[in-house]
Ligand binder design. Structure first.
Ligand code: ADP
Ligand code: ZN
Ligand code: ZN
Length: 728
């Protein structure tokens, strides 16, 4: 009997057996080909995984496929192997892994449309227009200038990467100055490719060590502070890969926030570069995917899902900011793209570079024990000295709106010198809590077990977890009192306070609320780059990737959250974030200062970090984790279950737990999740811990079928998270 095994994009951990479609033979089916499969009452696009003589179901229950969608395999074998490995490792349905692995258009079964890329071209009117006529719309003028200089269509992809927003592009189309077209050949045009820089000794040593020509797997941890020249090492290593007619894959945490990195790759490699991220249209994603698969794109820069990009000649993988939590998918198929990158390089026998100023405990411990080759870039490639750290003891301060006198004076001094100051606060909104001073009532989200954040302009209470919004009450709903106070500070409150303290200087706020419109972000960034003295207030959006040469002071409003939290990773995260924010100071010629407000100035981790640096800090964390078998010296998986009925969710996990007989795996729970209720659903979790990975996976092999059985009725949503980032 000829049975075709097919992965179907449904949340079931199995592949499905079919008979060949009418009029076809089993030998026409190739691994990686798409087929149309009947599934219940639906027709779904599946991927052929293989063939078999025997079926998992009775022969009478087998249905024939409805047709073959591709002449040849669409998904190359190495990607299919990687997907199968990922499905096993993360205990995820193969169909869902494959859905993450290729663009929606192809998932839906349409024929690949490899007919060029969407581009922007000047109309006759656009060619005749002087950019100066658009003086009041400088971005549009710049775009017209760019198009006129290029004298050929420019890819939308590249334009967006160069900072032209969809709004700007739409505006010049509406003026009749340009039109979208399809460019047959990639026609990026950003001048002559930029020449490589002359490497310093440490950079040269790194490039020599990585040597992609050795033709073998090797994982490198490239550690160097922001500005030490890591990107230049990637660029020059990739140049040698390209010279050998191989391709490169570069993973970055987020493209939207760091267009500079992408621009640098494009300046260096021109039209060989393609990008892949959620900011692109589905059509563009499909085109990048096809260009990568056909070999037209030589360098692909993408966010986490790009790890499954087909690259027939892949010669190197780079994971920039490897410690960043953005590489971890946080719902559905919960994978870590950094870890799959290492597996991909291993399978291919090629080098992989993990780059970071603040390596994760996972990567650092593997570098220290010799599994990874550790490469260090000790000094800044530019000129500025590393920043000076200072802890401000908030127990001895009478802060105004959360700002200590010491910080206010430092900001004043910085502005008077004609420099810029950055105030970092990891909370958007006005204040994290609205509280009744008479009875202690606090504004709570009706659907989640969290307090609601107070926002102003427009005023209201927002839940940052489910999006619920309420009006700000005029009196306490509990005691009718009228003394309602905003407690704690968010970015809006700090912005307001700084505006009052420094009315003669601009205060620019950068957080998710102030940058919903990408144009505003571009404008704000341009103002900062212009260099005028000003104060920036923002969340970690400000901490990532930006180069602000005139910022010489960084103030951190509250570093204590990371020291109080129950999650064992919170200190590591705090350290990475503080280093990253500190990295914004003094990137030009000036050394910078970093002022940290804390109630725990003697906390050993804080003093280690600020007095001796990231490495002693993270080594001390590693030391502690080793003695308690916490990752990376032990391993976790989490089963999460949620339901509107709290008891049902908890009971399901408890029953599943009974199915597990694995020795050497410790089960903890079920316990309420850190946020017990979210969007109206109660959430519980069962934590599985073991020193070695094998028992962890064996435990999951028993727990997951048990969960399948107990969660069917009543309906419970559940999922598994292997190597979770949020544990407690
Ligand atoms: P990182 O990726 O570690 O933040 P970059 O590679 O972006 O560092 O380098 C920081 C700055 O220093 C950039 O402006 C870059 O152009 C410059 N730079 C990097 N390497 C060199 C070098 N060898 N000589 C001169 N300037 C360099
Ligand atoms: Zn009250
Ligand atoms: Zn909520």
């Amino acid at each position: 009997m000829d049975i075709i095994r097919v992965a179907i994009p449904v949340p079931l951990r199995q592949v499905f057996d079919y008979l060949p479609a009418a009029g076809t033979h089993a030998h026409q089916y190739r691994r990686g080909q798409r087929v149309l499969a009947p599934f219940g009452r639906r027709q779904l696009t599946g991927i052929v995984i293989g063939q078999s003589d025997t079926a998992d179901v009775a022969a009478s229950a087998l249905k024939p496929l409805l047709g073959i969608l591709d002449d040849a395999s669409l998904i190359p074998d190495d990607i299919l192997n990687l997907a199968e490995w990922s499905a096993r490792y993360y205990h995820a349905p193969l169909g869902e892994v494959l859905s993450a692995a290729f663009p929606i258009a192809l998932r839906q079964g349409s024929a690949p449309r490899d007919d060029g890329q969407p581009a922007l071209t000047l109309t006759d009117a656009g060619r005749a227009t002087s950019p100066d006529a658009l003086r009041r719309a400088p971005r549009q003028a710049a775009l017209i200038r760019e198009l006129q200089a290029a004298d050929t269509p420019l890819l939308l992809d590249a334009l967006r990467a160069a900072g032209y927003t969809t709004t700007v592009i739409r505006a010049i189309k509406e003026r009749g100055l340009a039109d979208t077209c399809v460019a047959q050949m990639p026609t990026l045009h950003f001048g002559e490719p930029e020449a490589p820089l002359h490497l310093n000794d440490a950079q040269q040593a790194a490039v020599n060590a990585i040597d992609p020509h050795a033709g073998q797997y090797r994982c490198f941890l490239l550690e160097g502070i922001t500005g030490s020249g890591k990107t230049e090492v990637y660029l020059q290593t990739i140049a040698t890969v390209l010279a050998r007619h191989q391709q490169a894959l570069v993973l970055v945490p987020e493209i939207g926030l760091t267009p500079q990195t992408l621009e640098r790759f494009q300046r260096r490699f021109g039209d060989a570069v393609a990008c892949y991220h959620s900011g692109l249209s589905e059509r563009e994603r499909e085109q990048t995917w096809l260009n990568a698969a056909s070999g037209k794109a030589r360098v692909v820069i993408g966010t986490r899902s790009a790890i499954f990009m087909p690259l027939p000649d892949i010669g190197i993988v780079v994971v920039d900011e490897e410690h960043d939590a953005a590489f971890k998918q946080q719902d559905g198929f919960r994978y870590n793209a950094r870890d799959i990158a290492i597996k991909r390089a291993f399978d291919k026998g090629i080098p992989v570079i993990l780059g970071s100023a603040t390596p994760s405990t996972e990567s650092l411990s593997r570098a220290l024990d010799g599994h990874y080759r550790h490469l260090l870039l000790p000094e800044r490639a530019g000129l500025a000295a590393p920043p000076n750290w200072q802890l401000i003891d908030m127990r001895k301060q009478a802060p105004q709106e959360g700002l200590s006198t010491a910080l206010i004076e430092a900001v004043r001094h910085t502005l008077q010198q004609g420099r810029q100051a950055l105030v970092f606060i990891n909370r958007r909104g006005y204040a994290p809590t609205l509280c009744c001073l008479d009875c202690g009532w606090q504004a709570q989200c009706p659907h989640c077990s969290v307090r609601m954040t107070l926002h102003n302009r427009p005023t209201g209470l927002h839940c940052h977890h489910c999006g619920h919004q309420n009006a700000r009450p005029s009196h306490c709903p509990s005691c009718q009192g009228v003394q309602l106070a905003a407690v704690g500070a968010g970015t809006q409150r700090s912005e307001e306070a700084l505006k009052q303290l420094f009315p003669e200087f601009p205060v620019l706020r950068i957080d998710r609320d102030s940058t919903r419109n990408p144009q505003t972000l571009t404008k704000t960034l341009a103002r900062i780059h212009a260099g005028e003295p000003c104060i920036l207030v923002g969340t970690q959006m400000l901490a990532k990737g930006h180069h602000f040469p005139n910022v010489t002071l960084v103030g951190v409003l509250d570093a204590d959250q990371g020291l109080f939290s129950a999650d064992f990773r919170s200190a590591e995260r705090m350290g990475q974030l503080l280093m990253q924010v500190a990295g914004r100071a003094g990137r030009g010629q000036q050394a910078g200062s970093v002022l940290i407000q804390t109630h725990l100035p003697e906390h050993p981790w804080l003093t280690l970090l600020t007095q001796r640096g990231y490495r002693p800090f993270i080594e001390s964390i590693l030391h502690e984790r080793r003695s308690t078998y916490l990752p990376p010296f032990g391993h976790f998986a989490l089963l999460r279950a949620e339901s509107e009925n709290a008891a049902a969710a908890e009971r399901a996990l408890r029953k599943a737990r009974q199915a597990c007989t694995v020795q050497n795996a410790q089960l903890i729970g079920p316990l309420p999740a850190p946020m017990e209720r979210r969007a109206g659903r109660y959430r519980f979790q069962l934590l599985i811990h073991s020193r070695d990975r094998a028992p962890l996976h064996r435990a999951l092999d028993q727990l997951m079928p048990a969960m399948d059985a107990v969660s069917r009725s009543p309906r419970i949503r559940w999922g598994v998270d292997v190597d979770p980032l949020d544990t407690f």
